[in-house]
Design a protein around this ligand. Structure first.
Ligand SMILES: [Zn+2]
Ligand SMILES: [Zn+2]
Length: 390
């Protein structure tokens, strides 16, 4: 089959690789009908995530048709249409029993790598390197899905792939980011970054009762999209972000702030960022803290900083003094996607949200994947979200 594979920093290829097969009784094999490129795939492409090996198949946002199943699979049959969440979880450990699928204790096949980095092992993930279990991803014609009775969501309605594909990651991730803000009706939420997850965080914040959402970015089409979703936009290249946010909130600051950017944030306006840049030059930290620190500084005292943005290792200086003295709370984590899927599918069915609105680029050929990765990375050609229908 054809698949998009990693070959070192900046190098994505479309290779011909062996078809996946059933390895465990709880596996299914899915014929991928749609897959997407995610912002976090760019962290892999950029070489920011450790434990990648040449030839690893990428992709953690996919859906398709069940074409093979293991003997122990009970909930799915051949021909079923499924959306596959990006986490791989066992469904039986104490974390899974509490719907904390992202923290599954059993599904990661290479626990030792995460124990070393984080103290404990976390769930597996598709196409996210060997510290996430080394599972092949779904930017391919076929993908093997372990623990098939736990993760995949069966789609029984006639909604198109594009209407439900993002239940695999970015809608639940944007929704959880907003939910983590504990929004009280009438509150104001600020969102750093206007990528696809941020767009769904903006929409979710309104669905959860926010009165206003302030969205910060500098890419014109992303800001336009945020505005269309109801946000008041701030261009970080046009004046100091903190001052603009203060003005927009009558000097009080937003009740919660979402860092939907993560480790590759750009922008260098404050002292913290200059210090971070300097440290980055001299130490090994590869992760930028601009967005995280701006989120901490923009938030009102006693507010919440919600971080769906991805970080992998240690980051440079964090504004811990501001964080502590302002009595802030931080909520973060990889999304336990399966927990949110049924509820969010219902929202899609009820037309409360249109997930197709973020798609700017489509292709029917995996061969075009490597070029589309570059277009997405460079935010060229107005690219916000890429979907491939292999
Ligand atoms: Zn993703
Ligand atoms: Zn588990």
């Amino acid at each position: 089959m054809k698949a998009l594979t990693w070959h070192g920093s900046g190098k994505i290829q479309c290779d011909t690789v062996p078809d996946p097969a059933i390895e465990e009784p709880q596996d299914i094999v899915v014929k991928v009908t749609s897959c997407a490129i995610c912002g976090s795939d760019l962290h892999l492409m950029g070489g920011f995530i450790p434990h990648m090996e040449k030839g690893d198949i990428l992709g953690h946002e996919c859906m398709g048709e069940v074409v093979e199943k293991g003997s122990a699979v009970k909930n799915l049959k051949i021909g079923d249409r499924v959306v596959v969440p990006f986490n791989i979880a066992c469904g039986k450990c104490r974390m899974c029993k509490n719907e904390l699928y992202a923290c599954c204790e059993r599904a990661n096949r290479k626990k030792e790598l995460q124990v070393e980095a984080y103290g404990y092992a976390l769930a597996g993930a598709f196409g996210f390197g060997h510290s996430a279990g080394g599972y092949s991803g779904g930017q391919a014609e076929y993908v093997r899905v372990p623990f098939a009775d736990v993760g995949p969501l069966k789609i029984d309605n006639d909604l198109s792939d594009e209407e439900v594909l993002f239940l695999s990651d970015i809608f639940p991730t944007g929704y959880m980011a907003a939910e983590n803000c504990d929004i009280q009706t009438g509150q104001t939420i600020a969102v750093f970054g206007c990528g696809p997850v941020a767009q769904f965080a903006i929409k979710s914040a309104f669905l959860l009762g926010a009165k206003s959402v302030i969205a910060i970015d500098t890419v014109p089409e992303r800001l336009r999209m945020a505005k269309k979703n109801g946000a008041t936009t701030v261009d970080f290249d046009k004046g100091k972000v903190r001052e603009q946010i203060r003005e927009l909130t009558d000097g009080k600051g937003p009740d919660a702030v979402i860092d939907a950017v993560g480790l590759e944030s750009h922008g260098a306006q404050g002292t913290m960022e200059r210090v971070a840049s300097a440290v980055k030059e001299t130490l090994t930290s590869s992760e930028r803290t601009y967005s995280l620190n701006e989120a901490i500084l923009a938030c009102r005292p006693a507010g919440i900083v919600s971080v769906p943005g991805v970080y992998g290792g240690n980051v440079g200086p964090v504004a811990m003094g501001a964080f502590m003295n302002k009595c802030l709370t931080m909520k973060t984590g990889q999304t336990s996607v399966r927990k949110y899927m049924p509820k969010l599918l219902k929202m899609v069915e009820d037309k409360k949200i249109d997930l197709t609105s973020v798609i700017t680029h489509r292709s029917k050929k995996l061969e075009e994947g490597p070029e589309l990765y570059k277009t997405f990375r460079d935010k060229a050609d107005g690219c916000v979200k890429v979907v491939i229908h292999p």
